[in-house]
Design a protein around this ligand. Structure first.
Ligand SMILES: [Zn+2]
Length: 278
């Protein structure tokens, strides 16, 4: 799609299109779509909806912007590759925040901060970031972490319980307070890196993008590091784990060029207009 064609791509049409892409892959639709979701999975959708409602109420969700044109090809490819591994539809939303960031919530929503599009150096770095986030959803990492935190933070939970909420509501409240500092362990992050690289490889986006992103951050200012890296900003372990994964699975990864000079440029229109969802 042309970079400078300022066609309005609304969130809803993006969702509809990614939905079609995920269901129309030629293999007769999403795996497991005919199965009854377990109560836990419904809870994930509920948590995701609560976070969405809150971000919408805060006026952060971008309903339409030419920036969606840059995001859409990556979101579509990723959805196609990752959807068989998760039982709620992945949906990508641009949000307006100052720190470049991306985060995924249970239920399949992936939020991409607009400034991240200006921050990444190439298409592969953005794809790698989103593949990593989607993998947290596939692994149910957020729910697991919130369950742990729920044990620890009785005060917040206590306040919520007075209102007679569901467990999903309690977990969503916890999640909202921690959207930008989820504090996953290094192992959880590494696991998301590996699954993310698998997802990226399946889309055809060079999975070395995530490694390039790590390398770029060695010299970046701490305040400008996206959250997915800020917990372990100079984490050679994560890079080594990825490189080992690439070596061990050369049939999948051998065809990708490790040289960042081979990257695809990522061009975004400057000062792109944004209309917000209300
Ligand atoms: Zn992460």
């Amino acid at each position: 799609m042309s970079v400078f064609k300022l066609i309005r791509v609304s969130v809803l049409s993006l969702v509809a299109l990614t939905g079609l892409a995920s269901c129309g892959g030629g293999s007769g639709g999403r795996e497991g779509s005919d199965k009854q979701p377990s109560p836990d999975q419904d809870e994930e959708a509920q948590m995701g909806q609560e976070v969405f409602n809150e971000l919408k109420a805060k006026g952060e969700i971008i309903e339409s912007s030419p920036l969606y044109e840059q995001l859409k090809p990556i979101a579509d490819a990723l959805t196609k590759a990752a959807q068989p591994r998760y039982n709620h539809p992945f949906k990508f939303y641009l949000v307006h925040e100052t720190q470049p960031n991306a985060f995924a919530t249970p239920g399949g929503n992936v939020y991409v901060v607009d400034s991240l599009l200006y921050f990444v150096k190439n298409t592969e770095e953005l794809a790698g970031t989103l593949c990593h986030e989607v993998s947290h959803t596939i692994h149910h990492d957020t729910v697991t972490l919130m369950e742990k935190q729920q044990q620890l933070e009785k005060r917040e939970v206590g306040a919520a319980v007075l209102l007679g909420p569901t467990r999903a509501h309690v977990l969503a409240i916890l999640l909202l307070g921690k959207l930008h500092s989820l504090g996953y362990s290094r192992d959880i992050e590494s696991r998301a890196d590996l699954t993310g690289s698998d997802v990226c490889a399946a889309t055809g986006y060079n999975p070395w993008g995530l490694v390039w992103l790590f390398q770029d951050f060695r010299n970046a200012q701490i305040g400008h590091i996206p959250q997915l890296l800020s917990d372990h900003p100079d984490d050679q372990n994560r890079v080594h784990t990825l490189e080992e994964h690439f070596r061990k699975n050369s049939a999948v990864f051998g065809k990708f060029n490790p040289d960042p000079k081979s990257a695809t440029s990522f061009v975004v229109p400057k000062n792109a207009p944004e209309a917000f969802l209300h």
